[in-house]
Design a protein around this ligand. Structure first.
Ligand code: HEM
Ligand SMILES: *[C@@H]1O[C@H](CO)[C@@H](O)[C@H](O)[C@H]1NC(C)=O
Length: 335
């Protein structure tokens, strides 16, 4: 515990700019191919640095695990996993942070900054922000009880962002099943990948603005008006009134909100999914395949963990063909 709390107290801010130009990266391999040993010579401690910082962050607040996992997803779905989601708006660059699925919703950028500062102090100019997110997302899942998987690395950070792609490519809560499936297929992810990846909603919270339509809509129908469901529904409605309280939050897995497990799917079987898009997987008229996958993962946590790990590697493999750089500061492109 001594070393852990010591590292948790390590709030040293190391200016990325100071370390910027010192190191020139001489990786001359195919940028599109990720590998497990990409940093084994240039930054062998990369993984342990990320792990230490994530351990602190999740100990401080388990919500931080959800924050980082979602950032990686929103990164990979827009231009590929290239750190584009992390870019701040500047006078010359419009970032993705104010896009409809991200605004007032994405959190965890401060944690990314902190991890990046540690990486830069140990291996300046080497580890990309996109790789940082991919590793941190894996650690996040593991730290709250989820599966471990090896994270292929070697991503480059983009020098651009796409506000418009963030609006069009990210799935939204009011999408029907067919649209949801097509958004994943467009990224090379299958129906199976989608159902497993949405299982990420076993941790984290949604804002009232994201689930209001659902709890004043078909929640009662999908949950069959069971007594326990009615009780849950009225507590959701007191958190989220018909008007106002947009920023009030509720966990998507209300049984074990801070544990990465398969309860999310069991909630869907009861028709009590918090998000409309979540319940679609089980209750849509068109959802034969998705419903049977929901059933499978609800019954078999190991099957869920295995598929989730595999699908995370697949999602993390979406690359930006434009290539890029290793950003010194995850919020800004190198000047
Ligand atoms: C069908 C596709 C998906 C839709 C429509 C969707 C939508 C949403 C929405 C609306 C929220 C709540 C945001 C808010 O109210 O501020 C949310 C939270 C979250 N999503 Fe998704 N999501 C999807 C897939 C995924 C995937 C594939 C992952 C990761 C692999 C993921 C990870 C998360 C996490 C961890 C949170 C909680 C974040 C927090 O607590 O801050 N989601 N999602
Ligand atoms: C990752 O993408 C490359 C092509 O860029 C492909 O050859 C490889 O099979 C993919 N790996 C996974 C696990 O999807």
């Amino acid at each position: 515990m001594a070393t852990l709390s010591q590292s948790c107290l390590n709030l040293l801010f190391i200016s990325a700019a100071m370390l910027a130009v010192i190191f020139s990266n001489s990786q001359a391999q195919d940028q599109s191919e990720l590998s497990l040993d990409y940093y084994s010579k240039t930054c062998p401690t990369a993984e342990s640095i990320v792990k230490t910082e994530m351990t602190c962050a999740v100990q401080n607040d388990p919500r931080n695990a959800a924050a980082i996992l979602r950032l990686h997803f929103h990164d990979c779905f827009v231009q590929g996993c290239d750190g584009s989601v992390l870019l701040d708006d500047t006078y010359s660059l419009q970032g993705e942070k104010e896009a409809s699925q991200n605004a007032n919703s994405l959190i965890g950028f401060d944690i990314v900054d902190k991890i990046k500062n540690q990486l830069e102090s140990e291996c300046p100019g080497v580890v990309s922000c996109a790789d940082l997110l991919a590793i941190a997302a894996r650690d996040a899942v593991l730290l709250v009880g989820g599966p471990y998987w090896d994270v292929p690395v070697g991503r480059k950070d983009s020098t651009t962002a796409s506000f418009s792609a963030a609006d069009t490519d990210l799935p939204a809560v009011d999408h029907g099943l067919v649209t949801l499936i097509s958004k994943f297929l467009a990224k090379g992810l299958s129906v199976t990948d989608m159902v497993a990846l949405v299982g990420a909603h076993t941790i984290g919270k949604a804002r009232c603005a994201s689930f209001r339509d659902r709890i004043y809509g078909d929640f009662e129908i999908t949950s069959g008006m069971e007594l326990t469901s009615e009780t849950y529904l009225s507590s959701l409605q007191s958190t989220c009134p018909r008007s106002g309280g947009d920023e009030n939050t509720s966990p998507m897995d209300n049984i074990t909100p801070n544990l990465f497990d398969n309860n999310f799917y069991r909630i869907l079987l009861h028709g009590e999914g918090l998000l409309n898009s979540d319940q679609e997987l089980y209750s849509s008229w068109l959802g034969f395949e998705t419903a049977s996958l929901v059933q499978k993962y609800a019954l078999d946590p190991i099957a869920f963990f295995n598929q989730f790990s595999e699908s995370m590697v697949k999602m993390g493999n979406i690359t930006n063909p434009a290539g890029g750089e290793v950003r010194n500061n995850c919020r800004f492109v190198n000047s």
